[in-house]
Ligand binder design. Structure first.
Ligand code: PHE
Length: 433
């Protein structure tokens, strides 16, 4: 298989290493340039799927650099001049094929290398053993050749350097017509958006946001909230205890509600207190459409010297109307929490059927015909709690509430399954940009 010389890019790779006039042949064997007068010792090697093919170079007529002039039969000055012209022609041809830094280095070493460069070979084999009659001519020719070789090699270097710069400039040029790189920007998770919405509402009436640990001690999660060990409400809040090394000072558990932050806040801060606490909470619930072992709450706590039940209902109503719209109605039902007294469950009239229980002639799917939707637990802070945080129960009063965020988000955005909040399915997440 024979290749003609062409300007195809793969051939340029070869031509940098081979002399003009040489034909390029592909064989299954390695015929390198290495045998030729020590000029190049590189054969071009191509890896192809079938194996390695070596591109071999047919040698051109030998310049006889490794022989003396006498051995070459050159005894007259004119012959010497002609031979030097051949050498120069070869140099010029090779020089034209040098296009990059690495081939330039090979080229330079092949001609100027101290040990076996062409000029060294000519000095050692042609000049030194030359007969006295020829010595002058050889010396002169060699000097001219050296001057030519050195200046051309330097010129090639400059040309390659400036060419490389130009290439770099072309490469780095910014093409403003190209389409931009589009980096998709994510969005907040719907739960985070609902947190934000609720935080904004409470911000607007003077609450600030605090956050607390998800791993709690039983003291904060239970005892200081007036839930002693063996109190039956602990059964409802069975949760995950952390495996700790024996002898650890206190058990640790994943908090079952955000209420521990009531205690931590009041421990740190004297009244007035107005905080909300968004966060994750955990319970040992089996997953189904409305239960998950991890979910989200926002705790609220307001304590001051003269906070009444009216402040409490007014605040809650304000929040609900902001969140669901001004037409919702609210109601309280008595309930029980060890850390509030009185305790209430707070309901809103179903915002989807306008509190009628029916929608388009059918039972409302959101409130299941009940007309009311149970929203969250709340109450006036039980005076017993103040005892745990060194507040004077005779002087202060306040209210607290704990809103389940997942439930609120499901209601407001018509989501039927709490699990979608935790599955990270982008088809769901993208619906709430
Ligand atoms: N922590 C209670 C719960 O998770 C809710 C609550 C908070 C009730 C604050 C009253 C006051 O069920």
């Amino acid at each position: 298989m024979a290749f003609g010389r062409s300007e195809r890019s793969e051939d340029r790779f070869l031509s940098a290493r081979c002399l003009p006039g040489e034909s390029l042949l592909a064989f299954g064997a390695n015929y390198g340039c290495s045998r030729r007068a020590g000029i190049f010792s590189v054969g071009a090697r191509y890896i192809v799927p079938l194996g390695v093919i070596y591109i071999a170079i047919m040698p051109t007529p030998d310049l006889g650099l490794d022989k003396t002039l006498a051995a070459l039969g050159l005894s007259e000055a004119a012959q010497v001049v002609a031979r030097f012209a051949d050498v120069r022609a070869r140099f010029d041809a090779e020089s034209g094929a040098v296009h990059d830094e690495s081939s330039w280095k090979q080229f330079r070493d092949a001609w100027l290398g101290r040990k076996s460069g062409v000029l060294t070979q000519i000095t050692d084999n042609w000049l030194k053993p030359a007969t006295p009659e020829l010595k002058r001519a050889v010396g002169q020719q060699l000097n001219e050749l050296r001057a030519h070789v050195e200046s051309q090699i330097e010129a090639r270097r400059l040309a390659i350097e400036s060419g490389a710069e130009e290439n770099a400039l072309t490469r780095d040029r910014v093409d403003l017509s190209l389409p931009g790189v589009i980096r998709p920007v994510g969005s907040h998770h719907l739960i985070r958006q609902v947190f934000q919405e609720i935080e904004d509402i409470f911000f607007s009436i003077g609450f600030s946001v605090v956050e607390g640990p998800e791993i709690e001690t039983p003291y904060y999660n239970f005892e200081a909230l007036n839930i002693p060990e063996f109190h039956p409400v602990r059964d409802d809040m069975d949760t995950f205890y952390i495996d700790l090394p024996k002898g650890s000072p206190t058990p640790l558990l994943l908090r079952t509600h955000t209420s521990p932050m009531q205690i931590r806040t009041m421990e740190k801060q004297k009244p007035p207190v107005r905080v909300i606490v968004p966060g994750k909470v955990y319970r040992r619930d089996n997953p189904d459409a409305t239960h998950s072992f991890a979910f989200h709450q926002i705790e609220g706590l307001a304590v001051d010297t003269d906070i009444t039940f009216c402040d409490f209902t007014g605040t809650i109503e304000y929040f609900v109307k902001q969140f669901f719209g001004p037409s919702v109605k609210t109601r309280f039902r008595p309930s029980y929490f060890p850390f509030t007294e009185p305790s209430v469950e707070f309901d809103v009239s179903c915002p989807f059927c306008g509190g009628t229980g029916t929608s388009n002639g059918a039972t409302c799917s959101k409130c299941k015909g009940a007309a009311w939707i149970e929203l969250f637990g709340a109450g006036m802070v039980d005076p017993a709690v103040y005892g745990f945080v060194n507040y004077d129960a005779k002087k202060v009063s306040g209210f607290a509430f704990g809103i389940g965020i997942d439930r609120l988000a499901m209601l407001k955005y018509g989501i039927g399954d709490i699990q979608v909040f935790f599955q990270n399915d982008v088809r769901f997440l993208r619906q709430f940009p």
